[in-house]
Write a protein that binds this ligand. Structure first.
Ligand code: MF3
Ligand code: CO
Length: 256
């Protein structure tokens, strides 16, 4: 079921999203070689809690039965890791890394979801282009995030743009509705046919999140039961905002 948020609920969504953006700002200002992904996780967690929210990823149940709940406040995925990298005191960020950070702030019962891929130090030209294309894919997608259009219009625009740039999208994971739950209907794949899927209506809040692979789209899951990495070892990037469908242009809630 797709939930349409009331004006009051939209205000609460905006506040949760604002906290997610503040946590990202903290990471953007502090990320540097020599830090561990655990250090970054703590920075984000402190920023989220200081602003009256809870890091909603912590304790998120695994999809695999019997596997532990998600243990950290953020997902941090470096280079060939695509998503759901688990922060660790042993994982040191190096010069030239591209570091994807995905976090969710839960405040007053509503979730704000946001991801960015950060360039650390001297990053290769190709890696920069991948990160730029991933960001642009989001903006290509939300050109269609308008009342009366369909989810498939967004998916199609993202997928075609990424393909046109010589990259592939992750097929096994997708964007999603968001609100009281981190993951609500509808699912929003990063590829698909235009004109298909649910119709967009004002008051829908959606997490649109291109996950882009420089090489082949094949992935595998690491032994930790969470981290998704490319099979070919090539780079991957992620760019996500929570948006609001309105009568006119979409409102990007996770950009301050
Ligand atoms: N924030 C992610 C998303 O974009 C979900 C992370 S999975 C979790 O949907 F287990 F870490 F919560
Ligand atoms: Co998301």
């Amino acid at each position: 079921m797709i939930t349409i948020k009331s004006n009051r609920e939209i205000e609460l969504m905006k506040e949760a999203c604002r906290v997610a953006a503040i946590a990202h700002k903290e990471i953007e200002l502090n990320i540097k070689p020599g830090m561990t992904t655990y250090d970054l996780d703590i920075l984000a967690e402190n920023a989220i809690r200081k602003n009256g929210a809870i890091p909603a990823e912590k304790g998120y149940p695994s999809e695999v039965k019997g596997m532990p709940d998600y243990p950290a406040s953020t997902c941090i995925s470096i280079n060939d890791e695509v998503i759901h990298g688990v922060p660790s005191k042993k994982r040191v960020i190096k010069d030239g890394d591209i570091v994807s950070v995905d976090l969710v702030a839960l405040k007053n019962g509503f979730n704000g979801d946001m991801a960015r891929t950060y360039l650390v130090g001297n990053v290769s030209k190709e890696a920069k282009r991948l990160v730029e294309v991933t960001k642009q894919a989001f903006f290509e997608g939300i050109k269609f995030a308008k009342k009366g259009n369909r989810i498939g219009d967004i998916s199609h625009a993202i997928g075609e743009y990424v393909k046109s740039q010589g990259y592939s999208v992750l097929k096994e994971f997708q964007g999603h509705g968001i609100g009281r739950e981190m993951h609500e209907d509808p699912g929003i794949p990063n590829y698909g046919k235009a004109g298909r899927g649910a119709r967009l209506e004002p008051g829908m809040t959606l997490a649109i999140e291109p996950m882009v692979l420089a090489g082949s789209p094949e992935i595998w899951e690491l032994e930790d039961g969470w981290t998704i990495a490319t099979q070919d070892g090539q780079l991957s990037a992620h760019y996500e905002n929570t948006i609001l469908i309105t009568e006119k242009e979409p409102n990007i809630l996770t950009i301050l």
